[in-house]
Design a protein around this ligand. Structure first.
Ligand code: NAP
Length: 545
C-alpha cells in the first residue's frame, strides 16, 4: 500500500462514485467552499449507465424527469431527444454536466475504491484504491449507485462454460458480433427485457431461460417535440413538486395529458369498474410505468393490487396471437410492482420469431452449465454467447463487497449481516462523518432516484455547513435514532404488499442476504419531512465533536 501523491493532504470530503449523486455532491460542496475529491471506477462519468452498455439499454423513467433539477444552466441548455433516453444519451448528458460545471478537475477516473477505514485517533477517513493509493478526508460520501454490483445467476458449473459469457452490467465496448451465433439469455428483468428483442434480430438462434414472468408494460417511446418542451416549460415546477409529494411510490413519469393528471391518486377501492377500466386503459395507452403511480392503495391493499395485476395479465394476448405462448408469458401470481415491473418495446413479440425459443426454467430450473451450453430438463442447449441478465446485489452490495470499517473496526459487511440499520438511509452510528446517497433505508429506488439523490445531497451538505459554522469536525448519529428509523422502515413495509415477493427489493436474489426490505416504502414526502425535521432541529440526533 502506498500513499497517494497528495500524501499527507486531508481533503474536506471524499466521494465514492461520480454518477448522478456524486457529481451533484461535488458541485454543491465545492460551491460551499469545501475541498472535495471524487473517485470513479469508470473511465468517464455515466454512473450505472456507463457500465450497462448492453444492446437496447434505455431508461424506463422519462428523460425530462430522469435528470437534474438543481441547476438553471442545465435546465436551459440541455435538451433530450426521446421520451425515454437511451443509455448513450444519458452518458452524454452526465459527461456534458461534468464538463459544463467544471467538475472533472476534482474527479479521479479509472479509480475504484476497495477499502474505506475510519481512523478514530485522527478523526478522518482513509480510502484505498485498487491501485493501492491512499487518500484521506474528513468526511466520506458513498454514492456508488444502488444498482451497481452485478451478480451471476446461481447456476452450477457456470465457470465450465467455454463460450463468451457477458453480464449486462459489464458489457464490453465494442460488444460481440451476434451474426450466425447461438445466444443464451438468463434473466428477463428490466435488462433482459430490453436486450432480447434487439439481439434476437441479430443472432442465429436465441434461447431465453425464463424463470419468473415479470409484469411488462409497453414504453411507447417516441421523439420529444417542440410541443413537449413547451408543455414542459409550463409544467416543470408542478411536476417536480409532484415527485416530492409522492405519498407511497414512485412518480417516475410525467403525467402528460389532462385526463391522466386528473386521476392521479385515486383509491381503487373507491372506483366503479368503469372508472377503474378507464384509468387503466388511459395509462396503458399512454405507456411507461404510469400504472404504478395511478392509485394510492396499489401497494397498501392486496385486493386493489390484485385488480391491477389481473388486468395487466390479461393484456399479454394483445401482443402475441398464439394463445399458448401468451399463457407461457403471463406474469406470475405475485402483486404487481413488488418485483420491479419491466418497461420496453417488442419484448413479447420477440418470442414469435422463429429463431427465439422460450425455455421454461420456473418449473424445471437450470440444471447446470457445460462447456458448450446450458442443460435444462436433461436437454443441453448449445450456446456460443451466454448473456447474464441476472441482476445485482442491490442497494447494499457496493458497500459490502469492499472493506468499509467504522469506529469499532467491524466491517459494514459484518454489521449488516443480520440486516441493515441506518439513520434516514444516510448515516450509521458506527461510522462518524459517513454519508450514503441511495443507501438502504432511504426511499431512493422506489422514487424518482435522481430527485431523491438531489434531496440527500442537499441535506448532507447542509449538515456539513452547519458543522463548519459551529466549529465541529466530527458528527456521529445516536444509536437510538438509527434504531427508531430502522423500525420505521420496517413498519412502513409491513403496512403494504412489498415483502410478499422475492425480489431484489428484499435482497431475495442474493444467496445469504438477510431478507429485508431495502428501501423506505413510505414515499418521498414522508421521507423529506423526517429529514427536514432533523435539519430544522439543528441535527439533534447527532453528537458533535
Ligand atoms: P433483475 O430485475 O434482478 O432480473 C434478474 C433476472 O435474472 C430475473 O428474471 C431472474 O429471475 C433471473 N435469474 C437470476 N438467476 C437466475 C437463475 N439461476 N435461473 C434463471 N433465471 C435467473 O435484474 P435486471 O433486469 O438487471 O434489473 C435490475 C434493476 O436494474 C431493475 O429492476 C431496475 O431497477 C434497474 N434497471 C433499469 C433499467 C431501465 O431503466 N430500463 C434497465 C435495466 C435495469 P427471477 O425473477 O425468477 O428471480
Amino acid at each position: 500500500m502506498r500513499d497517494s501523491t497528495t500524501a499527507d493532504k486531508v481533503h474536506d470530503v471524499l466521494i465514492m462514485g461520480a454518477g448522478f449523486g456524486g457529481l451533484h455532491a461535488l458541485h454543491r460542496l465545492r460551491g460551499d467552499g469545501f475541498d472535495v475529491l471524487a473517485f470513479e471506477a469508470g473511465a468517464d462519468t455515466g454512473g450505472a449507465w456507463y457500465w450497462n452498455n448492453y444492446p437496447g439499454a434505455r431508461c424506463d423513467v422519462e428523460s425530462l424527469v430522469y435528470c437534474y433539477s438543481f441547476s438553471p444552466i442545465i435546465d436551459a441548455e440541455w435538451r433530450w431527444t426521446e421520451r425515454y433516453a437511451a443509455r448513450d444519451e444519458i452518458c452524454r448528458y452526465l459527461q456534458w454536466v461534468a464538463t459544463r460545471l467544471d467538475l472533472r478537475r476534482d474527479i479521479r477516473f479509472n479509480t475504484r475504491i476497495v477499502a474505506a477505514h475510519y481512523d478514530t485517533a485522527r478523526s478522518l477517513w482513509q480510502l484505498r484504491t485498487e491501485h493501492g493509493d491512499i487518500f484521506r478526508g474528513r468526511h466520506f460520501i458513498s454514492s456508488p449507485g444502488p444498482i451497481s454490483t452485478p451478480i451471476p445467476p446461481n447456476v452450477p458449473g457456470l465457470d465450465a462454460f467455454t463460450g463468451e459469457m457477458i453480464h449486462t452490467a459489464r458489457w464490453p465496448n465494442p460488444g460481440p458480433d451476434f451474426a450466425g451465433k447461438r445466444v443464451g439469455v438468463i434473466g428477463t428483468g428490466s435488462s433482459g427485457t430490453q436486450l432480447i428483442p434487439i439481439v434476437a434480430e441479430q443472432c442465429e438462434q436465441m434461447f431465453v431461460f425464463m424463470r419468473n414472468r415479470n409484469y411488462y408494460l409497453p414504453a411507447r417511446n417516441r421523439p420529444l417535440t417542440n410541443e413537449d418542451y413547451a408543455w414542459w416549460a409550463e409544467h416543470r415546477e408542478e411536476i417536480r413538486a409532484k415527485l416530492d409529494s409522492s405519498e407511497v411510490f414512485g412518480s417516475g413519469d410525467l403525467m402528460l395529458g389532462q385526463e391522466i393528471r386528473d386521476t392521479q391518486g385515486a383509491k381503487i377501492s373507491d372506483l366503479s369498474t368503469a372508472e377503474f377500466e378507464r384509468i387503466m386503459a388511459a395509462r396503458w395507452e399512454h405507456g411507461g410505468a404510469q400504472i404504478g403511480y395511478a392509485f394510492r392503495d396499489l401497494f397498501a391493499s392486496a385486493e386493489s393490487n390484485a385488480r391491477v395485476s389481473s388486468w395487466i395479465r390479461g393484456k399479454v394476448g394483445t401482443f402475441v396471437a398464439d394463445r399458448n405462448l401468451a399463457r407461457q408469458l403471463e406474469p406470475g401470481d405475485y402483486p404487481f410492482g413488488t418485483k420491479r415491473a419491466t418497461v420496453g418495446s417488442g419484448f413479447y413479440e420477440a418470442f414469435e420469431r422463429p429463431n427465439v425459443a422460450l425455455v421454461d426454467v420456473l418449473a424445471s430450473p437450470i440444471e447446470r452449465a457445460t462447456a458448450k451450453g446450458i442443460v435444462v430438463d436433461g436437454t443441453e442447449h448449445l450456446i456460443d454467447i451466454l448473456i447474464l441478465a441476472s441482476g445485482f446485489d442491490a442497494v447494499t452490495g457496493a458497500l459490502t463487497t469492499i472493506d468499509v470499517r467504522g469506529a469499532s473496526g467491524r466491517s459494514l459487511k459484518e454489521q449488516w449481516h443480520d440486516g441493515t440499520e441506518t439513520y434516514l438511509g444516510i448515516c450509521l452510528d458506527d461510522l462518524p462523518n459517513f454519508y450514503m446517497i441511495g443507501g438502504p433505508g432511504s426511499p431512493s429506488v422506489l422514487t424518482n432516484v435522481v430527485r431523491t439523490n438531489e434531496f440527500q445531497v442537499n441535506w448532507i451538505a447542509d449538515l456539513l455547513c452547519t458543522m463548519r459554522d459551529k466549529g465541529h469536525t466530527v458528527a456521529k448519529v445516536a444509536p437510538a435514532a438509527q434504531q427508531d428509523w430502522t423500525a420505521r422502515v420496517a413498519a412502513a413495509a409491513g403496512r403494504g404488499v412489498w415483502t410478499e415477493t422475492n425480489s431484489w427489493y428484499v435482497g431475495a436474489n442474493v444467496p445469504g442476504k438477510k431478507p429485508q426490505i431495502l428501501a423506505y416504502t413510505g414515499g418521498l414526502m414522508r421521507y423529506q419531512s423526517a429529514c427536514n425535521a432533523e435539519r430544522s432541529a439543528g441535527f439533534q440526533s447527532f453528537s458533535f465533536a
